[in-house]
Every structure is written in structure tokens, then in C-alpha cells.
Design a protein around this ligand. Structure first.
Ligand code: PEP
Ligand code: MG
Length: 594
């Protein structure tokens, strides 16, 4: 028996025999000479193979779109397949180096692979997996090879692989795949995202699991804590079965209220909405019980692309979201589009920052106000989409009244232009300001006069209040949304928004922690926006507390801000939930392990 530890990636406990997939990673690529007079026929082979690849990717995307929120991965694949630079270089290699299409593709992709491999940005490095996936797919088509050995699975198995490409993952016979364990991968790798979306328990980053198992070995895979045990003894199996039963009960408990509207124990309604990015199918949002979208991160249209998305491309994405929301989430569901939040750690492909302190630099709304044509184009696209349903516009990282007024001025000018062009939009589209700087919270009374709502980005608010980089592990000990300084800023924002006649939402990660969610609601927050999969647990917990109780907790916590540390304040809220919510002791193990 041996137990290996990795990264818990997709919850759940499974046991079964190993299907070892080290795959056809090193597909033999033939290279032969293609004389000039045959080059045109070789171009044709390449284009026909690209057409077939495109057809296969679209079919995969459609298949994934029906079952998960990760279909947008395939947009990246299509973008790579049709990337003008790659296509031109392949054609050039066939014509000038007189080689066959397979060799030309292998050569060109190799160059790009090397280039991405040298990049610091983990997101871009991860794109190597997309390149590999596309290369293997197109080569298999050109060579007439069978698709991956995974198609040989005929009975329930735990797949153990060095890594799985997105297309391998989504085409797995779902009913036969009990779990996935991989040598490589991180929490944001495709296999991790897709396994979560498909509900397949998974552990990634196990190092050398492919060398520690043999096909058919019995394994226990714990996707909730991140381990795999090979050839377990009877005692370990019995423990594991206990854990499995408990996990099932927990999931059923958490899911109980997910399709009911968000509300507190006394019936006070609460909106529980989702944070999403382009490409997420709305059917899955509705399945988690989300009542709208509180944060649509538009920057992903830029991050996943090598060019500036045009007005039409943006309009299409935004209008699709607005139209899709209504049938699955009802007429009250609003989509809140956050204007482009570039800068800091979010940079376009191939763009390197030249600022010494990018998080304190020209990012977010500052960048938009210094790139007015990009800003206007985006406002046009969002406004035009608002003609098709309920939408809102939100300005990120506002620090001053002057900035917010400038944003509103731009919005008004764009509206005037659209009217003159006779283009439809929602004249009363809601406008919001993100409160993610201490400056915005401290001057929330000023800002409240200019917008219809606030949305608190507690991820950045914590970073800027505690002066602790949100991505730096060495200062992570400072990053708590329950820090007294942050709690005071949330209280101040809620109070000033109430006095100004507008409402406050929280869309930072803290909204998905029930312990903090109850505090935010007690302080006056009306809407909580979070990762879709967190909606059920928040709905469940808040249904166990009345608004009056949450307010009492908030008053106690505020008073304790004079004496307590972040962790002590957090513990106060946790103890309150343990006392008020009957199942909280059980439920808390669910979200802390998440
Ligand atoms: C935040 O800062 O809390 C937020 C929601 O924005 P992002 O995480 O995208 O910076
Ligand atoms: Mg932010």
C-alpha cells in the first residue's frame, strides 16, 4: 500500500481499478521532401486537416457546453488553429523548406511552444497545453491515426495519466470514469477546471503517480483532500467508505436549498448571484441556483485573445449573455458587466508590464481613462447588449469622485452617440462603482450620488487596505477580509450607500465564505456574488439566520474591532453560525476543504 499526496481539485471520494494513460504524447512525426510543384497539394492537405480539426473542436465545445462551464477553452483552441501567424509560418515552411505538412506543423508549433515556455505568466505557460492538444489533433487527422487510447475504456476506472488535454478530458466516457489522478497540473490547469465542471473527483500534481501504479491496480482517490492510495489494506478501505458516505450526505445537505430564492430565516430576500467570465453556459449557473450575474469579468475577452476584441465581438458576447439569462434564471436576473479590469496581474497575451508597481499603477479604470477609445468601444458594446435584457455597467477600482464622474461622462457621451445612430439600448441601465480601494470606501458618500449601486471587491480591498500583495504568499498572513480595518470599511460603505439611497453588493471571494457572508449581510449588504458552485452553501447557511440576528452579530463584531484581531473576529462569526445554524458544524467542513 502507498499513499501519494497532490492537489485536491475536484471534490469526491472514489475507488476503482487504474486505467493508465501515458498516451500518444510522442506521436511519430514523419518528415519528407515535398517538391515545389507539389506544394499546392500539400497546402491543401493542411487546410483540409484544419477544417476537420475545426469541426472536431466545435463538436467538442458543443458537447462540453451542454454539461459544463468550460466550453470557452475550445475558443482558445479555435483561436490557435486559425492564428494567422501560425498558419502563415506553416505555409511558409511547406513552400520554402520543401517539407510535408506534418513536419511543417511540428516545426512551427515547436517554436511557439518554446516561446510560451519562457514566459513568466503561468496563464500563458498553461497555453502550451492548448498548443499540444491542437498539434496532436491535426497530426492525427493528417496521419489517419486513431484518437487516444482513452476510447478503449469499457468498464468503470480511475484514470491515472501524466496529464490530460482538455479534449481528452471532455470526451472521457463520463459514466465509466470514476476519478482522475495526474502527475502534472495545478489548480487552474484545464484538467482541474474541467474535472470540477464535470463533477469527476480529481487529484492533480501528484508528481510521479504514473510510475507508482500498474494498470488494474486498485486505488482510493480522495478529491476532497487530495490523495490517492494504491492497493489499500482492509482498514484503509473501511475508513474510506466512511468518508465517502459522509461526503454524499454533506453534498445532499448543502444542495437542499439551492433552487429556492436566496432568503434569510425570517423571509428577508437576499440576492445570491454569480461571478463569471465570457463563455460560461447559463444552464449551469441556473443549476447551481444563481439568481443573476453580479460580476461578469469582461477582461477575459482580452486575456484569451491576441487582438483587441472589436465592438462587434464584444457585443456578440455580451448580448448572448443577456439573452441567455432570461430563460434559465427568470426575468429578474441581471447581468452586471464590469468594464475592462486590465493591469496588475491581468495582462494581454504577449504584453509585459513596464511599471515598477503595477498594482498601484495604470490599471483598471485608470487604464480605461487613459485609453478612451477602448473604453468607449466597450461601453457601446455593453449598451447595445442592454437592449436585449437586464444589464448593468460597473466601473472597476474607482478611487476618486473625479474618476467616477469621468466614467459617467463617457457613458453619457456614448449614449448620445448611440441615440444619434438610432441604435437601441436600455436608457436606464444601472451603473455601479466597485469599492476596492480604501479611498472609495472612505468617500462612499460622494460616490453614492453618482451611481445606482456599489460592489465591494474585497480581494483588492484587502490588498490595498493591508498593503499586502494578494498574490504574494509571504504576506498572505495579512490578507484577511475579517481584518478590523476591512470590516470598518465595509460597514462605512454600507452605511453611506444606505444614506445615499443605493445598495451594496460584495463580489470578492469573501462573499463565498458563509462565515463572512453572514457578517456582510448583518452590516447591510443586499447582494452576494460568487463562484457559481459556492451558491448552494451560501443559500443554505443564510437560510438558517434571521436578519435581526445577523445585525446583532454585526454590531458585536464592530464593537470588537477595537480589541480583536482578524482571526478572532472571524472566529466570533464562526461561533455565531455554530450556535444558530443547526447543521453548521457539518457544513463548515464542506467549504473549508473547498
Ligand atoms: C475583487 O477585487 O474583489 C474583485 C472581485 O475583482 P478581481 O478579483 O477580478 O480583481
Ligand atoms: Mg478587483
Amino acid at each position: 500500500m502507498a499513499t501519494l499526496a497532490g492537489l485536491a481539485t475536484s471534490r469526491g471520494f472514489v475507488s476503482g481499478p487504474v486505467f493508465l494513460n501515458v498516451g500518444d504524447r510522442d506521436l511519430a512525426v514523419p518528415e519528407y521532401e515535398v517538391p515545389a510543384e507539389k506544394a499546392a497539394a500539400e497546402f491543401n492537405r493542411y487546410h483540409v486537416a484544419r477544417d476537420e480539426t475545426r469541426r472536431q473542436i466545435k463538436a467538442l465545445a458543443e458537447h462540453v457546453g451542454e454539461i459544463s462551464t468550460e466550453a470557452n477553452i475550445f475558443d482558445n483552441h479555435l483561436a490557435i488553429l486559425d492564428d494567422a501567424l501560425i498558419v502563415d509560418q506553416v505555409i511558409k515552411a511547406i513552400r520554402e523548406d520543401h517539407i510535408n505538412a506534418e513536419a511543417a506543423i511540428h516545426r512551427v508549433v515547436g517554436r511557439f511552444r518554446e516561446m510560451f515556455g519562457q514566459m513568466d505568466d503561468p496563464y500563458l505557460r498553461e497555453r502550451i497545453r492548448d498548443l499540444d492538444d491542437i498539434e496532436r489533433r491535426i497530426l492525427r487527422i493528417l496521419l489517419g491515426c486513431e484518437e487516444t487510447a482513452l476510447s478503449a475504456i469499457t468498464s468503470p476506472v480511475v484514470i491515472v495519466a501524466d496529464d490530460l488535454t482538455p479534449s481528452e478530458t471532455v470526451m472521457l466516457p463520463r459514466e465509466l470514469v470514476l476519478g482522475i489522478a495526474t502527475d502534472r497540473g495545478s489548480a487552474t490547469s484545464h484538467v482541474a477546471l474541467l474535472a470540477r465542471a464535470l463533477g469527476i473527483p480529481a487529484v492533480v500534481g501528484l508528481g510521479d503517480v504514473t510510475r507508482r501504479v500498474r494498470p488494474g491496480d486498485m486505488v482510493l482517490l480522495d478529491g476532497s483532500n487530495g490523495s490517492i492510495t494504491v492497493n489499500p489494506d482492509a482498514e484503509t478501505i473501511a475508513d474510506f467508505e466512511r468518508l465517502t458516505r459522509r461526503e454524499k450526505e454533506l453534498q445532499a445537505l448543502v444542495d437542499e436549498d439551492k433552487q429556492k430564492p436566496g432568503a434569510m430565516k425570517d423571509g428577508t430576500p437576499l440576492k445570491i448571484v454569480a461571478n463569471i467570465q465570457p463563455g460560461v453556459p447559463f444552464a449551469s449557473l441556473a443549476a447551481f441556483g444563481a439568481q443573476g450575474v453580479g460580476l461578469y469579468r469582461t477582461e477575459y475577452l482580452w486575456l484569451g485573445s491576441d487582438h483587441e476584441p472589436t465592438e462587434e465581438e464584444q457585443f456578440e458576447a455580451y448580448a448572448e449573455a443577456v439573452k441567455a439569462a432570461l430563460p434559465v434564471m427568470g426575468p429578474e436576473a441581471r447581468i452586471t458587466f464590469r468594464c475592462l479590469d486590465l493591469g496588475g496581474d491581468k495582462l494581454m497575451r504577449g504584453v509585459k508590464t513596464i511599471e515598477a508597481n503595477p498594482f498601484l499603477g495604470n490599471r483598471s479604470v485608470r487604464w480605461l481613462l487613459s485609453h478612451r477609445s477602448v473604453f468607449r468601444t466597450q461601453l457601446r458594446a455593453i449598451l447595445r447588449a442592454s437592449a436585449f435584457g437586464k444589464a448593468a455597467i460597473m466601473f472597476p477600482m474607482i478611487a476618486t469622485l473625479a474618476e467616477l464622474r469621468e466614467c459617467n461622462r463617457e457613458l453619457e457621451q456614448v449614449k448620445t452617440a448611440l441615440r444619434a445612430e438610432g441604435l437601441a439600448f436600455d436608457e436606464h441601465i444601472m451603473r455601479g462603482a466597485m469599492v476596492e480601494t480604501p479611498a472609495a470606501a472612505l468617500c462612499a458618500d460622494q460616490l453614492a450620488r453618482e451611481v445606482d449601486f456599489f460592489s465591494m471587491g474585497t480581494n483588492d480591498l484587502v490588498q490595498y487596505t493591508l498593503a499586502a500583495d494578494r498574490g504574494n504568499e509571504q504576506v498572505a498572513y495579512l490578507s484577511h477580509a475579517s481584518d478590523p480595518s476591512v470590516i470598518r470599511l465595509v460597514e462605512m460603505t454600507c452605511r453611506l450607500s444606505r444614506e445615499g439611497g443605493i445598495y451594496t453588493c460584495v463580489c470578492g471571494e469573501s462573499a463565498s465564505d458563509p462565515v463572512l457572508a453572514v457578517l456582510w449581510v448583518g452590516l447591510g449588504v443586499k447582494v452576494l456574488s460568487m463562484s457559481p458552485s459556492c451558491v448552494p452553501v451560501i443559500k443554505k447557511v443564510l437560510r438558517g439566520v434571521t436578519l435581526a440576528e445577523a445585525k446583532i452579530l454585526a454590531a458585536e463584531v464592530l464593537a470588537a474591532c477595537s480589541t480583536d484581531t482578524a482571526l478572532e473576529l472571524y472566529d466570533r462569526c464562526r461561533r455565531f453560525l455554530l450556535e444558530k445554524v443547526p447543521d453548521f458544524e457539518t457544513i463548515q467542513t464542506f467549504f473549508t476543504a473547498n
